[in-house]
Every structure is written in structure tokens, then in C-alpha cells.
Ligand binder design. Structure first.
Ligand SMILES: NC(=O)c1ccc[n+]([C@@H]2O[C@H](COP(=O)([O-])OP(=O)(O)OC[C@H]3O[C@@H](n4cnc5c(N)ncnc54)[C@H](O)[C@@H]3O)[C@@H](O)[C@H]2O)c1
Length: 253
């Protein structure tokens, strides 16, 4: 996709599967990227790949559950890139797989802190920066599990439903001020997150999860990057408050 020449793009969780694919897609489209990630080595590897592809990338270590670190990330983006045109609030952690009654309180709190409050802290700082420069586009990484429940994922599902609510509300509040706010709802995507959840190493579990999708396969990170770039592009100039499903038919059933 073209149209991002010289645009300044911030991506949280830029070291991970979807974040990395999104950074590379933006770089190929001509954008300059700022990568925030709690795992600085992973973000640096993404930056190396972006640079090797001829793009410009900057990194900063940031835990999105820490508002002060998020403020510093957005300020560093402004310092390094001069402005903020697009922001992809993608950092997230996986479901812990315990049933609700056995879910440790600390797991609940950390999942909500990263996957929901983190998006709020990011949008708060990003909207302030975008208002100063006349507008922009924000994409929050929700999930198909922001639309339906899933056994063993209470905190994750609650957080992702919350991300969609935050997205719609921010979209309404800033619609006339040049800021579009949308979400993407991926199905199961083959990334390190699914590796850690024990899915990709186990062919039977992979097949079982794949079967949940009408397309009978997992998604690829690049397929989510495509949805993100569309929502950030001028092609989506009349799109705001949308939770765009990219789930191989998972929720169509
Ligand atoms: N993989 C899937 O099946 C899937 C499906 C739907 C939605 N998602 C969402 O997509 C997003 C990206 O997931 P992924 O599959 O690429 O996972 P991933 O684990 O490959 O990448 C996530 C990245 O976020 C970073 N991160 C984690 N906690 C952070 C924090 N507190 N602050 C900053 N960075 C942090 C990690 O270090 C990692 O680089 C997440 O929000 C996830 O919930 C993933």
C-alpha cells in the first residue's frame, strides 16, 4: 500500500509477530517507524529488519502498563520523528488458560493493565500529540476474542472487549477533530504469542485451533498488518469507530 511516504508511525509491541510485520509493512510503504516494546532486544531486531529493507526505525523500551513510560514513548516519537501521524496500539500478553474461578488475581490485574489500560494510556498521549499537529489515525489491536468469549481466557477476553469500547468512544470524541480511531480483531495468528501458549509446537492443537476458522488455517502476521495499514490510510478516510474483523471467518460461524 502506498501513501505513507514520510509518515511518522508509532507501534507498541513492535518486537512481536504482528507488530514486526506491521512495522515492515509501514516501512515498505514509505513510513518512518518508532517501536516501543518491553522487550528491547526484540524491538531492536525489528528495527534492524526495517533498516535492512531500506526504512527508518527507532526503538524505546516501554512497558505500556506504566503511564509515565508511555508518555516518554510518545514524547520520544515526537523528538525523533517530528510528529505523530499514525499509532498502532498493539502490545499485548496472552491468555493464561486457567478457568475464571482459578484465575490468580495478579494475572487478572496484569492482563487488564497491559491489554486494556495500556491501550488507554497510549491513546491518551497519542491523541494529545495528534491534536497538536492537526490529526492522525489510531489503530488498537483487539481480537476476535473482543467480540466473543473463549474458555480459559476471561481476563484476555474482558480486556479485548474493553479495547473495542475504548476505540468506539475515542472515535466519537475525536471524529470532528481529524483523528480516526479503529480496532482490528484478528483470529488466531501464528506468532510467538501462540508459541508461548503451546499451540504452534503441538500439531494437534494447531489443527484444532485452525479448524475454528472457516478458512481452516491460522492467520499470518502480514495479513493483520494489511488491515492496520488500510485503517491508517486515506482509503479509510470515512472509517472511524470500526472493529475490523480479520479472522478467517472465526466469528462468522
Ligand atoms: N497471535 C494471535 O493469535 C492474536 C490474535 C488476536 C489478537 N492478538 C493481539 O495482537 C497483539 C500482538 O500479538 P502477537 O501475536 O504479535 O504477540 P507477540 O507476543 O508476538 O508480540 C507482542 C509484543 O508485545 C510486547 N509486549 C508485551 N507486553 C508488553 C508491555 N507491557 N509493554 C510493551 N510491550 C509489550 C512483547 O514483548 C512482544 O514483542 C496483542 O495485542 C495480541 O493480544 C494476537
Amino acid at each position: 500500500m502506498d501513501g505513507f511516504h514520510d509518515k511518522a508511525v508509532l507501534i507498541t509491541g513492535g518486537g512481536g509477530g504482528i507488530g514486526r510485520a506491521t512495522a515492515l509493512a509501514f516501512a515498505h510503504a514509505g513510513a518512518r517507524v518508532m517501536l516501543g516494546d518491553v522487550d528491547i532486544a526484540a524491538a531492536e531486531e525489528t528495527a534492524r529488519l526495517v533498516t535492512a529493507a531500506g526504512g527508518e526505525a527507532h526503538v524505546l523500551q516501554c512497558d505500556v502498563a506504566e503511564p509515565a513510560q508511555v508518555e516518554a514513548l510518545v514524547q520520544t516519537t515526537l523528538d525523533r520523528l517530528g510528529r505523530l501521524d499514525c499509532a498502532v496500539n498493539n502490545a499485548g500478553i496472552e491468555a493464561s488458560q486457567e478457568g475464571l474461578a482459578r484465575l490468580p488475581l495478579a494475572t487478572w490485574e496484569r492482563t487488564l493493565a497491559v491489554n486494556l489500560s495500556g491501550v488507554f494510556y497510549c491513546m491518551r498521549a497519542e491523541i494529545t500529540a495528534m491534536r497538536a499537529s492537526g490529526g492522525g489515525a489510531i489503530v488498537n489491536m483487539a481480537s476476535a476474542l473482543g467480540l466473543v468469549g473463549f474458555v480459559g481466557a476471561a481476563a484476555y477476553v474482558a480486556a479485548k472487549h474493553g479495547v473495542i469500547g475504548l476505540t468506539k468512544t475515542a472515535a466519537l470524541e475525536y471524529a470532528t477533530r481529524g483523528i480516526r480511531v479503529n480496532a482490528v480483531c484478528p483470529g488466531f495468528i501464528a506468532t510467538p504469542m501462540l508459541d508461548r501458549a503451546g499451540v504452534t509446537a503441538d500439531p494437534e492443537r494447531t489443527a484444532m485451533i485452525a479448524e475454528l476458522h472457516a478458512m481452516r488455517r491460522l492467520g499470518r502476521p502480514e495479513e493483520i498488518a494489511g488491515a492496520v495499514l488500510y485503517l491508517c490510510s486515506d482509503a479509510a478516510s470515512f472509517v472511524t469507530g470500526e472493529a475490523l474483523v480479520a479472522d478467517g471467518g472465526y466469528t462468522a460461524r
